[in-house]
Design a protein around this ligand. Structure first.
Ligand code: MN
Length: 229
């Protein structure tokens, strides 16, 4: 067997303290996972019974930041800073207590969003794909291994544009904590080594413009620097 053409390269992320890269499988995201953000988006009271999940293609990754292209077909590109969890093991119906065994490491990323398209899709009750899954919609930092930092329950998560802080919270404020997010996802999908999970954004989302310098930090764990071009 041979391929008809050269298969695309496997998207990957650098690992802090290692020459090896983390090969990526899928990118899962949870929405409305901080109460203040759900409120600013006009959501009703968030139900713990119904986490909101969506996906981005693995090749939407912008590994380590740097130049981030402003996407086409929008006049309202929004930043959403999020803690990102990288899985070294997967499975189906994973018990929340077993989730830490599956985690390879942690990083910080941007769930970039074409907010105008998302609003239009929401108004029609249509899927969010065009708002969330566009090319270069997932800048993510290098990963910090569990061996380095364990499983942080508290960490400041912040995001600045041109030096001005726009989002600032602690990951302890998540509605669904990491074990719950991954346990829930594993009831819907068979998770695999190489999966990344975006864990939701705090309040303070807003527009990005060409030329903006962006800086995301999960304090003590990972940083992501970039520029919108
Ligand atoms: Mn998000």
């Amino acid at each position: 067997m041979s391929f008809l053409f050269e298969p695309p390269a496997v998207p990957s992320l650098p690992i802090i303290g290692s020459d090896a890269h983390f090969p990526m499988h899928r990118i899962y995201c949870i929405g409305r996972n901080y109460a203040e953000h759900a409120k600013e988006m006009g959501a009703q009271a968030v139900s713990r019974a119904n986490p909101v999940f969506f996906m981005k293609p693995a090749d939407a990754i912008v590994a380590g930041g740097g130049d981030i292209p402003y996407p086409p077909a929008t006049h309202e590109l929004h930043h959403e800073v999020e803690m990102v969890v990288a899985l070294a093991k997967g499975g189906r119906d994973i018990d929340a207590a077993r989730v830490p065994d599956c985690v390879f490491g942690y990083g910080v990323g941007l769930d970039l969003t074409r907010r105008d398209l998302q609003a239009a899709m929401k108004a029609k009750g249509l899927p969010w794909d065009v708002a969330k899954g566009f090319d270069a919609s997932a800048p993510v930092s290098s990963l910090r291994t569990v061996g380095d930092i364990g499983h942080p329950a508290h960490a400041r998560l912040s995001f600045a544009v041109n030096g001005e802080v726009r989002q600032d919270t602690d990951i302890a404020d998540m509605i669904f904590a990491v074990p719950e997010i991954i346990a829930e996802l594993s009831r819907l999908f068979e998770l695999k080594a190489g999966d990344l999970v975006f864990t939701g954004t705090p309040a303070g989302v807003g527009p990005l413009l060409r030329g903006d310098r962006v800086s995301a930090e999960l304090h003590g764990i990972a940083t992501l620097e970039g520029r919108i071009v």
